[in-house]
Design a protein around this ligand. Structure first.
Ligand SMILES: *Cc1c(COP(=O)(O)O)cnc(C)c1O
Length: 223
């Protein structure tokens, strides 16, 4: 089955309000073009350089999602065109995104990444930090940023119960923040959780954006 059929099949099983971000990292522009021709518009990359070169080579109505860890000194390269930055994990990074958004006269949409996994290696704020960030008035001073929700990655484990409880933790935080008093440029609309191996669990836990790579494009080879 080619990528076009896989996308159609996956989409037919998703709730109507769920966005599918096709994670195309390491795969060539031709594979993205095939998916694009099948109607897919949202694509995710985790490396700035790869994202920029694919942006330049491919149709301009693609919505590019930066899903990986973003270094501050690289924000400038994606600021002119990025659709949504998923992995915002520090106030310093927010400051840089604000600066670049102002420079390019656009509002940059972001998700705050929350650390829900037990692994040390996954980036993100913890719950307390998120609450502090949202209540301290920091974001009110960042008019070129719009926070649209939260993103998280569960532990890489076969333990379904653990993955489920991590996703539930994030959903609860999302729901609590949603009903709290928020800065004008913060809305809890997007809950980005779930990848090839765990998106079904994520959907059951309330995800409305899944980031799926290998299931659509095949295994990645890093050579
Ligand atoms: C690579 C990646 C994905 C997609 O992973 P698959 O297991 O291939 O679906 C999703 N989210 C992030 C943040 C990634 O880096």
């Amino acid at each position: 089955m080619g990528v076009a059929e896989k996308i159609k099949q996956l989409k037919s099983n998703l709730p109507a309000d769920c966005t599918l971000v096709a994670v195309s990292k390491t795969h060539p522009a031709s594979a993205i073009q095939d998916a694009f021709d099948a109607g897919q518009r949202d694509f995710g990359e985790n490396k700035v350089q790869e994202l920029v070169s694919k942006y330049e080579a491919l149709p301009k109505d693609i919505r590019w999602h930066m899903i990986g860890h973003l270094q501050r000194n690289k924000v400038k390269y994606i600021a002119p065109f990025v659709h949504l930055i998923h992995g915002v994990d520090s106030e310093k990074l927010l400051e840089e995104i604000q600066k670049q958004g102002e420079k390019h006269q656009r509002t940059i949409d972001c998700l705050l990444q929350v650390h829900i996994a037990t692994e040390e290696t996954k980036f993100g704020f913890d719950e307390t930090e998120i609450r502090e960030l949202l209540s301290q008035g920091v974001l009110a001073k960042m008019p070129n940023i719009r926070v649209l929700g939260l993103m998280g990655m569960a532990s890489f484990t076969e333990n379904v119960q653990q993955v489920k409880s991590e996703f539930m933790t994030l959903k609860q935080l999302f729901d609590q923040i949603k009903i709290s008093t928020l800065p004008a440029n913060v809305r809890m609309e997007i809950l980005s959780m779930g990848m090839s191996g765990d998106f079904e669990i994520a959907l059951a836990c309330g995800s409305n954006l899944i980031r799926v790579g290998s299931l659509l494009f095949g295994e990645r080879s890093y050579t």
